[in-house]
Write a protein that binds this ligand. Structure first.
Ligand code: HEC
Ligand code: HEC
Length: 326
């Protein structure tokens, strides 16, 4: 083989190929590159021997280390299930009060409750349960249906006007305007009356005119003093928390249309343990109303019918402004 030509400029041999005076250099591969290349080949061979690598017709080469991501996931899932089962079985056997009294178990229940709440309840009750118009705030200590652990559990289980055989919410507020049970004027006066009930300034003449109508049409449910009834889900009209809004327009609207909220039953969707966890979560989130609360504030009832129209107490203005969402 003839001596190959060397390029004058770089001192490298040429391949002998030449096109229109341009010659191809035969530059050798850099040494480091070659080592990396041989190293990679070696690595691949070692890898094939140790790790799962080659697919076959019926399976694949498993490698000497027997490593398998699938097996690892299965083991991890088993561990998680065991952990969860332990938590579930403790939830099953403990009463709501016991769960709340055991910080570890309560923390577990809160975790389950929070995640289930986020996926199922937040659509209506808002993220974290702050509520919105027509959907009660679950973070405050004002309750339509009672805020004890047992009351909350019961509400979640059977729902409100949900179609469940034992659903809560037998009493439904009539649509006084739409169904022409009352006239527009009567409803306007009642609106003032409700505003006065909640301790705000209202038109005294209207309040006076509405007094008898309220006694005839509303007190059977809302109580003579308008304080409501938590055993029946009847809102207290004298506080500053409103399910449908505190302003006159919203109050008028509710008397006219008589909306009645629907809360689904969850009995068929969740295990009893999950419902317990939800109850503990909601209860703790709201600050945890004390147990064994007197169900209705009916005891206060006699005080208010005598309430003079709020115009007589001009100082009590708008404590409820902006109090939308119960
Ligand atoms: C489709 C909307 C909707 C969903 C979803 C929903 N709720 Fe409700 N919930 C309501 C409404 C409306 C009320 C009020 C019912 C009424 O007017 O008495 C309510 C009432 C409640 C109450 C009683 C509040 C009180 O003041 O006494 C609790 C507790 C409650 N919901 C918890 C939950 C939990 C926990 C979930 C999820 C598992 C959930 N809700 C999902 C609509 C919903
Ligand atoms: C048959 C029972 C019943 C009667 C009678 C009744 N209500 Fe109600 N009222 C309810 C219920 C139940 C609710 C709550 C609806 C819900 O939870 O969605 C309610 C809600 C309200 C609200 C909204 C409270 C809030 O927090 O936003 C107002 C205002 C109200 N009623 C006024 C009246 C007035 C005024 C009358 C008389 C003209 C009256 N109601 C008669 C059952 C009744």
């Amino acid at each position: 083989m003839a001596e190959r030509e060397r390029d004058d400029h770089s001192g490298t041999e040429t391949t002998g190929h030449e096109w229109d005076g341009i010659k191809e250099l035969d530059t050798p591969l850099p040494r480091w590159w070659l080592w990396v290349f041989y190293g990679s080949i070696l690595f691949a061979i070692v890898y094939w021997v140790l790790m799962p690598a080659w697919p076959g017709i019926t399976g694949y080469t498993h490698g000497m280390l027997g490593k398998s991501d699938r097996a690892q996931v299965v083991t991890e899932l088993k561990g998680l299930a065991a952990q969860r089962q332990a938590g579930e079985s403790r939830l099953r056997s403990a009463s709501l009060q016991q769960i709340e009294g055991d910080p570890e178990l309560q923390a577990y229940a809160m975790q389950v409750g929070q995640s289930v709440f986020g996926d199922n309840c937040a659509t209506c009750h808002g993220a974290g349960g702050a509520g919105g118009k027509g959907y009660p705030n679950l973070r405050d200590d004002v309750w339509l249906w009672g805020g004890s652990l047992d009351a909350i559990q019961h509400t979640i289980q059977v729902g409100v006007r949900s179609g469940h055989a034992n659903a809560r919410g037998e009493k439904v507020m009539p649509s006084f305007g739409r169904d022409q049970l009352l006239t527009e004027d009567q409803i306007n006066d009642l609106t003032e009356y409700v505003v006065a009930l909640s301790g705000r300034k209202a038109n005294a003449a209207a309040v006076g005119r509405a007094r008898q109508t309220f006694a005839d049409q509303c007190s059977a449910c809302h109580g003579p003093a308008g304080t409501g009834d938590v055993t029946q889900g009847i809102p207290n009209l004298t506080d500053s928390e409103w399910l449908y809004g505190s302003d006159r327009g919203s109050i008028h609207d509710q008397i006219w249309n008589g909306r009645n909220g629907v809360m689904p039953t969850w009995e068929a969707r969740f295990s009893p343990e999950t419902i317990k966890a939800l109850a503990v979560y909601v209860h703790a989130n709201a600050g945890g109303e004390a147990e064994a609360v007197a169900p209705a504030k009916a005891a206060q009832a006699p005080a208010a019918p005598a309430v003079a129209p709020a115009a007589a107490q001009p100082t009590a203005t708008s404590t409820a402004a902006g109090g939308a969402g119960r």
